[in-house]
Design a protein around this ligand. Structure first.
Ligand code: DMJ
Length: 637
């Protein structure tokens, strides 16, 4: 034995001296630690691992360094310095659903219009082991009824004649947008099928690291756009890909926000538009994978989540002091409420209501919501406020939560108008040249910059105008129009007639980018989104004209031989393309353009709200969709 050969070893007693026993014990404990540690490297399926490592939860210590804005567009792998949290306990078992043949537009429309061949499209009862789910599901019917939902719509989703207008010029423009969609799609299909985005110059696919190993972002983002445009062959290809190739068993680190707005939003819309059970099954499966992100001391989710069985989550390495981002954790509400609707599981609604409750309670500087919040302490981490990147869609989801609840979610309403008042008092500015813009706020100091992302706010303020205090309604509509006008100016003041990523109102310039790094355009939708809403709200023909200007500019500067690409400098006519056809171009930019040139009853605002990726979600009418929606809850406890 090895110990006998060590100096000082005798054969007395148990054969070992005290020091030898100590060395032996040390060796033994090292061995045990090694064996236990090795368990972590075993595949999740190994029984031993499940026995020893189930239900672990560790407390977070996150330290991050601040960076800004569109980090989410060009993500780096997050630093593993954040929280580890155990995967949620609930597990879902779904009966396998039979594969259905491809559908034609007419077939689906027949179902939506209440045609005779209506099947009862209901999902087999979801079995979940979560205690919260058990408690809540007993109060509600077991299944979601698609037929009941259909009966609640005030208008057929595609309107009369697919939303075709009576004006020939508008129809030609609409057809042009449809052709652009087909061109973008065909090239994606040819060169990048199954990847996340198309690289149109190099004619290959891009995967990136935003979706944690999930693939086909352009497919999921396109489902509803293809469907409403009547591109049914393309839609059926997309559907078949979801059926055969959308693999949710990925094990990578994903942005919770991006997966939610693109994948969850895209699948939800596809389901509500078509009634195909496949989408419901997939979206509920995906929703479950996102739940562990909420396992933090406050319930505020972290930005990055491992979609595998570990369910570990992190804060972005660039986010101040391990904080979570307002626009990320504040942009879950619409999708999560619908996940509860479809799964009959209250847990999703509980998660987002908890976020709402915290935000409602916490003290806000000047009534404003800063962009960084600690998921550990529940306190703001720094006082940077922006209606553009990092803040934007949080505000959007407040008013849309109210509208989606059929105007019964009073807390969302109160928070939205309160926030808008603070924004007006602190951020809204008028330039010497008379342009209204949203500045950014850094601890009381104004940065006279407006991001392209902030241009969605014209549409947002517009759709909220009618529910403000009676004496303020016209004012809100005017404000919405002024902001949309300013964003249009940022387009017309460039050589390409496309707008820069950010424009400023200082150093003598107005609505123009003064920094080289702000001059790019990556096929973003926000300005066109505001044109679409303002058209629907006012029917002022200028919005359709502005949309047409954008179509022409996209065709001239962004269309390349094999798709559409962003450009690096909107101020020069010698195009330098960025070789990326973003999935939101298919989901948002082209959809909003198509809606702009269609009748208002195509995805009527009386029935639908659009999530921040332009995926339409139905308004939840009381007594119509089963009431497990947030309107039954209050945050004012
Ligand atoms: C989209 O993914 C969403 O609109 C998001 O809210 C912000 N940015 C992009 C498009 O610019």
């Amino acid at each position: 034995m090895v110990f006998r050969k060590l100096p000082g070893v005798s054969a007395s007693g148990m054969g070992l001296r005290l020091s030898q026993k100590f060395v032996f014990l040390l060796f033994l404990s090292g061995l045990v630690t090694l064996c236990f540690g090795a368990l972590f490297f075993l595949p999740d399926s190994v029984r031993l691992k499940r026995i020893f490592l189930s239900k672990t939860e560790t407390q977070p210590v996150t330290v991050g360094s601040g960076s800004e804005n569109d980090a989410r567009e060009h993500l780096k792998r997050p630093k593993e310095q954040g929280m580890t949290s155990a995967k949620g306990e609930s597990s879902t078992k779904l009966k396998s659903l039979s594969r259905k043949p491809s559908v034609s537009h007419e077939a689906t429309e027949e179902r939506l219009a209440g045609g005779k061949a209506q099947e009862d499209l209901t999902l087999p009862r979801l079995k979940t082991e979560s205690s919260s789910a058990k408690a809540s599901s007993s109060d509600h019917p077991d299944t979601f009824s698609y037929n009941k939902f259909k009966g609640c719509l005030l208008k057929p989703p595609l309107g009369r004649d697919g939303g075709k207008t009576s004006d020939p010029t508008t129809n030609e423009r609409r057809e042009k947008v449809k052709e652009m969609m087909k061109f973008a799609w065909d090239n994606y299909k040819r060169y990048a099928w199954g990847k996340n985005e198309l690289r149109p110059l190099t004619r290959n696919g891009h995967i990136g690291n935003m979706f944690g190993g999930l693939r086909g972002a352009s497919i999921i983002d396109s489902l509803d756009t293809l469907y409403i445009m009547g591109l049914m062959e393309e839609y059926n290809d997309a559907k078949e890909w979801v059926q055969t190739s959308l693999d949710l068993n990925s094990n990578g680190e994903a942005s919770l926000f991006e997966v939610n707005i693109r994948y969850v939003g895209g699948l939800l819309s596809a389901y509500y538009l078509t009634g195909e059970e496949l989408y419901k099954k997939k979206v509920v499966e995906l929703g479950e994978k996102l739940l562990p992100a909420f396992n933090t001391p406050t319930g505020i989710p972290r930005g990055v989540i491992n979609l595998g069985s570990s369910g570990t989550s992190w804060s972005w390495g660039w986010a101040s002091a391990g904080s979570s981002i307002l626009a990320e954790f504040g942009t879950l509400h619409l999708e999560f409420v619908h996940l509860s609707e479809l799964s009959r599981n209250q847990i999703y609604t509980e998660k987002v209501m908890n976020i709402r409750k915290l935000l409602n309670k916490i003290e806000k500087p000047h009534g404003l919501y800063p962009n960084f919040l600690s998921p550990v302490s529940g306190n703001w981490v720094q006082h940077h406020v922006s209606i553009g990147g990092l803040g934007d869609s949080f505000y959007e989801y407040l008013i849309k939560s109210y509208l989606m609840s059929d105007k019964s979610d009073d807390d969302a309403k109160k928070m939205y108008y309160g926030a808008l008042e603070a924004i007006e008092a602190n951020l809204v500015q008028k330039s010497p040249g008379g342009l209204t813009y949203m500045a950014e706020w850094r601890g009381g100091i104004l940065d006279h910059k407006m991001g392209h992302l902030a241009c969605f706010s014209g549409g947002m303020i517009g759709i909220g105008a009618d529910d403000g205090e009676p004496e303020k309604r016209q004012h809100y509509l005017d404000l919405a129009a002024e902001i949309t006008h300013t964003c249009h100016e940022s387009y017309t003041r460039s050589a390409t007639k496309l707008g820069p990523e950010a424009f400023r109102f200082d150093s003598g310039g107005e609505a123009t980018a003064t920094r080289l790094s702000d001059r790019y355009y990556i096929l973003r939708p926000e300005v066109i989104e505001s044109y679409m809403y303002m058209w629907r709200l006012t029917h002022d023909p200028k919005y359709r004209e502005w949309g047409w200007e954008a179509v022409q500019a996209l065709e001239q500067h962004c269309r390349v031989e094999s798709g559409f690409s962003g450009i690096r400098d909107v101020y020069t006519m010698t195009a330098s393309h960025d070789n990326m056809q973003q999935s939101f171009f298919l989901s948002e930019t082209l959809k909003y353009l198509y809606l702009l040139f269609s009748d208002d009853d195509l995805l009527s605002l009386e029935d639908w709200v659009f999530n921040t990726e332009a995926h339409p979600l139905p308004i939840i009418r009381r007594g119509c969709l089963q009431d497990i929606a947030p309107q039954d809850k209050t945050v004012a406890e």
